[in-house]
Write a protein that binds this ligand. Structure first.
Ligand code: TRP
Length: 328
């Protein structure tokens, strides 16, 4: 049976943190054998919230280095920049006719952004963010979209656009699949202050953090405020460090939980254990990263190769769209 196709992407905003890893990248890596995967650098999407383009190139390179270092394999999963495949702009125009302004205004992810970033004058392009994302997915006929939880509303809009196109222009057989979102158990990893891990909140651990930085950051992490002295009993269920143990040290969680509750395990020791587990995960990633940092051409080659694969798929889809829409 043919493998199902994955399409997923991230905006290039720089180095990735553990929240990005756990929420999406780890999943991409785990799924790359089972699916036919395509991964896109959503560089146009950056412009929806930041018009300055100075950092996009560097941020793209940093992000792709993280993808590669964490284990995404370009032979299995082509990686490409959205802006290098011009079919995105064309299909964006066509899709923008298939969804109402009111529907886009109801998008909860947009509402959250408008609130968090204090946006007073929403642009047409920002309102259309999910339309461009629908293009990203459907141009490659993505069926499965592994993303963080905040992206599910965009996948719902993608399904609606696919359905609308199919009804209107291809009632006999669907040109576009209705893709499904796939989220992980830790789709929203908390940051070091217990809030959502996010670069803008300064509460992240980066995949590229050196071991001593990780240890230092964890030392400052918030734990149960009632566990003041080492031997006070703690409440793992409200402790952020315990959440990290569950994710990064699953074999010892029972022991950590008992130690914390009984008061035998102090926070300092618990945090050090946690840091060392995270460093075990990160150290091979860091090492591969160094190699790419010293050979940036390799990273650029990965993109150029990926773009040539992606372009063929995009062209084929657009030919089909043109035929169905009788656009000559
Ligand atoms: N909007 C996604 C995010 O902010 C990034 C993205 C762009 C994406 N295009 C995509 C994710 C297509 C999945 C599929 O994380």
């Amino acid at each position: 049976m043919a493998k199902k196709r994955i399409l997923s992407g991230m905006r290039p905003t720089g180095k990735l943190h553990l929240g990005n890893y756990v929420g999406a990248l780890e999943n991409w890596i785990n799924l790359q054998d089972q699916y036919e995967s395509y991964h896109l650098v959503a560089d146009y999407h950056v412009l929806t919230t930041d018009l300055s383009t100075d950092e996009i190139y560097n941020n793209t390179i940093e992000m792709v280095i993280d993808w590669l270092s964490a284990g995404l394999d370009p032979e299995k999963a082509p990686m490409f920049r959205q802006s290098k495949i011009k079919e995105h702009t064309e299909l964006f125009l066509l899709f923008s006719m298939l969804i109402t302004k009111a529907r886009l205004e109801r998008n909860p992810t947009l509402k959250e952004q408008v609130r968090d970033l204090n946006i007073e004058n929403l642009t047409y392009g920002h309102l259309g963010y999910p339309v461009l994302q629908a293009v990203d997915i459907l141009l490659y006929k993505g069926e499965v979209v592994p993303v963080g939880e905040d992206q599910l509303p965009h996948i719902e809009i993608t399904r609606e656009i696919a359905r609308r196109f199919n009804q209107q222009y291809s009632p006999d057989y669907p040109v576009f699949p209705e893709p499904e979102g796939k989220i992980t158990q830790f789709a929203r990893l908390p940051g070091l202050d217990g809030k959502r891990m996010s670069k803008s909140l300064g509460n992240t651990i980066f995949l590229s953090d050196a071991p001593e930085i990780v240890t230092q950051k964890l030392r400052k992490a918030v734990t149960d405020p009632l566990k003041v002295r080492k031997n006070d009993p703690g409440r793992p269920e409200i402790c952020l460090v315990f959440t990290y143990h569950q994710k990064f040290n699953s074999s010892e969680t029972k022991e950590i939980e008992n130690g914390c509750r009984s008061g035998l395990l102090g926070c300092v020791e618990c945090k050090l254990k946690c840091a060392s587990k995270i460093n075990e995960l990160l150290s091979p990633i860091l090492e591969i990263r160094r190699g790419y940092e010293n050979n940036l051409n390799k990273v650029i080659d990965v993109l150029i190769q990926g773009e040539s694969v992606a372009r063929k798929v995009a062209e084929t889809t657009m030919n089909e769209v043109h035929a169905k829409m009788k656009l000559g």
